[in-house]
Write a protein that binds this ligand. Structure first.
Ligand code: ADP
Length: 444
């Protein structure tokens, strides 16, 4: 305000001086005009100085001036200086980020909001074959053309990574992970997981081979043991008891080997070839019969029906389930047999096929047994995880049942939901997406 009033005073003073001089010469109007012209000339000169400074030497010190112009020059200079410092700092940060991304062994590709390539590191050049001059501005799906990558990219759901072979080297396995940031921009990261993949494959092959190799000796062992146990009345009682136990343990080993083989097959084989619409009612009925037989065996056979588990089938949906009969039977049987094994005789078990409101459908196995503490539920599908180790071994379980269920469901785009509380029974629900619940008259 002080500067502004001083500027006004300057104009007023020059105007008055002009009027006085003009009056002395007999032309006060001309004098006023001359005073104001001096004023205008001064401001035009400062404007020109400002223009020349900003356009020709913006880095130099500002031209010296007094009053408002001086203050304006100073402020502009200070502002410019702080902008330059911020810019240098930003450039250094950006440089450091690019340097560190450049040093990364993983590929990093920055995409704009349209999915066009903006920047990438040299690992991306090596792994994905991106060429600096040629590919900038291209859409990512023009360069990574695998249909699985395109649908992963377009789905906009990046919670899970995608594993594919490298577009330039088929022996290299890459894991892609996309992150959304800023204004719908995307960061594509690709990791070379060839070694890990190979190790995983070796582990799978090893388990499959060992299980396969163990099958024959176990068959021989169990064959001889069966023969000896037929002759057990001719053997001393201590030997007979031993043979009985050996037979029991060999059977356990056989079930373990069979479950391991099944799991390996589920992991190695892609699946989907034998998927067809299945009538769930008859399938559940036949599983019910097997579960009843197991319940009878547990009680030592030939028991009154009041001592068996009470098993019901409830078919509440008319839909057919699209899937592999063998795999679905194996998964639901595992759940039903668990329900028999982990609940006391006489307990109620229900096998249900029903629809959910969103069009999906589920098969559930519900029991009114002792239930499971919620702390164990997240880990139940891990291999060999058992709530009560002693009890599970006594019931003849292999510890792989729920792992098999999980794998089968994965191959059917389904999910396993477990709801249970101690003392309130357990419900194992296999939820299938609407696309797998085929209502009559729908063309498969
Ligand atoms: P296992 O061969 O030991 O039965 P599973 O993977 O089939 O292995 O099951 C894992 C564990 O889950 C079991 O050891 C058991 O403790 C628990 N479990 C499974 N089903 C039930 C059930 N219906 N009620 C209570 N516990 C259960």
């Amino acid at each position: 305000m002080r500067l502004w009033s001083r500027e006004l005073w300057r104009v007023a003073w020059l105007a008055t001086l002009g009027v006085l001089l003009g009056w002395a010469l007999g032309a006060p109007g001309l004098g006023l005009a001359a005073g104001l012209a001096v004023c205008l000339f001064y401001h035009l000169r400062q404007l020109l100085a400002l223009f020349q400074w900003l356009t020709l030497h913006p880095q130099d010190e500002p031209p010296s001036a007094r009053g408002m112009w001086g203050e304006l020059f100073d402020r502009l200079y200070r502002y410019q200086k702080s902008q330059r410092i911020t810019q240098t700092r930003l450039r250094a940060t950006l440089g450091r980020i690019q340097e560190s991304s450049e040093a990364m062994r993983d590929s990093v590709v920055m995409l704009d909001r349209h999915g066009d390539l903006e920047w990438w590191n040299s690992a991306a050049t090596e792994m994905l074959g991106l060429q600096t001059a040629h590919d900038r501005g291209q859409h990512i799906t023009n360069l990574l053309r695998d249909p699985r990558f395109i649908s992963y990219f377009n789905a906009n759901q990046y919670s899970e990574p995608l594993t594919l072979t490298s577009p330039i080297d088929e022996r290299q396995i890459l894991q892609y992970q996309i992150t959304l940031y800023g204004d719908d921009e995307r960061l594509v990261m690709a990791r070379d997981i060839t070694r890990l993949h190979r190790l995983e494959q070796m582990r799978r092959d090893f388990v499959a081979n060992v299980s396969h190799e163990l099958r024959t000796p176990l068959t021989v062992l169990s064959g001889y043991l069966e023969t000896y146990s037929d002759l057990s009345d001719q053997l001393p009682p201590r030997l007979g008891r031993g043979i009985g136990q050996m037979e029991e343990q060999t059977k356990r080993m056989q079930s373990l080997v069979n479950d391991l083989l099944l799991l390996s097959r589920l992991e190695i084989d892609q699946g989907g070839k034998d998927h067809q619409p299945l009538a769930v009612g008859p399938l559940l009925e036949s599983i019910r019969q097997d579960a009843l037989a197991l319940s009878g065996q547990q009680k030592g056979g030939q028991v009154p029906s009041s001592q068996l588990h009470s098993i019901h089938v409830s078919v509440e949906s008319e839909a057919q389930l699209v899937g592999s009969e063998q795999e679905i039977r194996s998964a639901i049987s595992n759940l039903a047999f668990n329900a028999v094994r982990y609940t006391p005789a006489g307990s109620q078990i229900t096998l249900r096929w029903a629809n959910l409101e969103n069009g999906s459908a589920y098969i559930s196995v519900e029991d009114n047994g002792e239930g499971i503490d919620p702390v164990h539920i997240p880990r139940l599908t891990e291999r060999f995880y058992r709530v009560d180790k002693g009890r599970s071994t006594a019931t003849g379980g292999t510890g792989l049942g729920l792992a098999i269920v999980k794998h089968v469901l994965l191959r059917h785009d389904a999910q396993l939901q477990i709801v249970s509380r101690p003392g309130e029974g357990a419900q194992f629900r296999c939820v299938f997406p609407a696309t797998r619940a085929l209502v009559a008259n729908t063309v498969f």
